[in-house]
Design a binder for this molecule. Structure first.
Ligand code: NAD
Ligand code: TYD
Length: 357
């Protein structure tokens, strides 16, 4: 692993992964291809450790000419595919970009890898790693066992269906062409640089602004939260030790329901930013998300047994670190909230729910 192409490296997980790799892999050269959609920002790539080993390319993964050129010119041996449209609520408002980026974009990358690697020495020593989600497995009942790698796919939102489609394509390229792929399906991430449309950063920023904290439905939905750095470590381990053709489930094992997470954020803010306390007074139940998945949970026995990975952070330490990070980066918050049509999104997603987020 010397020359790595990371897609979506200006987004939340991608930028954390770039940072993580530059810190722990002294040899790797990174090419970071990102279209800078509303979710991506160069603000996420400020003050990188050892920036000379990072090259940013502003472009679309759906452009075959661009992708093949980058792979050839930079002698890419490892591709880590993080680029995606990633927000369920946006996929409900407008599914088209999800199909384009998540399915057509993944297909374009697979074809480029097949072609370029096929023409330059073959697949030996090469790796295509696809970053995916637990949402492809659908929704779990309260008492059902956690998702395993062989749980049948049952996606229920345009987002999860498009990710499921991309996962199937990646596996098909392994079986049909022998492309050396690995996949990780990970649960909900949180941590620094997450765009504040997702639950945890949205609640932090709304609370700081004295705005309502919009909890969908009864707030009893359960996610399997994972601190983003733990996800980065798992991806790195799969690249180093994972077997081509294999999928690894990744999760945090933290499973409180949404309303409890929001309460924990409020308690942390009461301590770290007492102005406006008690923040819980801002909690507002708003109409539910259509087709809202009730519960996700990941069985991580395989990656634990085969690769020795386990999360280092629990929700208590991870949430505290996250709230502290958002409080400590008001400039990032100001730029992100301003440049990305953020207020328009809040208006679109929440005004119709009756909440005033
Ligand atoms: P994100 O929305 O924060 O970032 C996505 C990045 O992809 C952005 O920088 C965006 O500009 C870029 N992008 C979008 N379309 C593109 C295109 N056509 N060409 C090039 N770049 C494009 O997403 P994230 O939360 O960082 O998620 C990264 C990956 O991890 C996704 O594949 C997502 O499905 C998966 N995942 C996310 C979570 C989570 O909780 N955030 C959990 C499991 C898996
Ligand atoms: P989200 O962060 O959008 O991730 P995902 O839908 O991919 O799991 O949402 C996490 C949970 O929080 C999900 O059950 C929906 C809920 N939620 C709210 O209750 N209010 C909100 O404003 C948002 C964005 C999410």
């Amino acid at each position: 692993m010397k020359n790595m192409l990371i897609t979506g490296g200006a987004g939340f997980i991608g930028s954390n992964f770039v940072r993580y790799l530059l810190r722990i892999e002294p040899e790797v050269q990174i090419v970071n291809l990102d279209a800078l959609t509303y979710a991506g920002s160069l603000e996420n790539l400020r003050d990188l450790p050892d920036p000379a080993r990072h090259t940013f390319i502003h472009g679309d993964i759906c452009e075959p000419g661009l992708v093949t050129r980058l792979m050839s010119e930079h002698g890419i041996d490892t591709l880590v595919h993080c680029a995606a449209e990633s927000h369920v609520d946006r996929s409900i408002h407008g599914p088209a970009p999800f199909i384009q980026t998540n399915i057509v974009g993944t297909f374009t990358l697979l074809e480029a890898a097949r072609q370029v690697w096929g023409e330059t020495g073959g697949f030996e020593g090469r790796r295509f790693h696809h970053v995916s989600t637990d949402e492809v497995f659908g929704s779990l009942a309260a008492e059902s066992p956690a998702f395993g790698e062989t749980t049948p796919y049952d996606p229920r939102s345009p987002y999860s269906a498009s990710k499921a489609g991309s996962d199937h394509l990646v596996r098909a390229y392994f079986h049909t062409y022998g492309l050396p792929v690995t996949l990780t399906n990970c649960s909900n991430n949180y941590g620094p640089y997450q765009f504040p449309e997702k639950l945890i950063p949205l609640m932090i920023l709304n609370a700081l602004r004295g705005r309502p904290l919009p909890v969908y439905g009864d707030g009893r939905q359960v996610r399997d939260w994972l601190y983003v750095e733990d996800h980065c470590e798992a991806i790195q381990l799969v690249l180093a030790k994972g077997k081509p053709g294999e999928t690894y489930n990744i999760g945090g094992g933290n499973q409180p329901c949404n309303i409890d997470i929001v309460r924990q954020i409020c308690t942390l803010l009461d301590e770290l930013h007492p102005e406006g306390a008690p923040h819980e007074r801002l909690i507002t139940h708003v109409p539910d998300r259509p087709g809202h998945d009730r519960r996700y949970a990941m069985d991580i026995a395989k990656i634990r047994a085969e690769l020795g990975w386990a999360p280092r952070h629990n929700l208590t330490s991870g949430l505290r670190a996250t709230v502290e990070w958002y409080l400590g980066h008001p400039e990032w918050v100001a730029v992100i909230a301003q440049q990305s049509g953020y207020n328009d999104w809040l208006e679109k997603n929440y005004a119709q729910r009756g909440g005033k987020a």
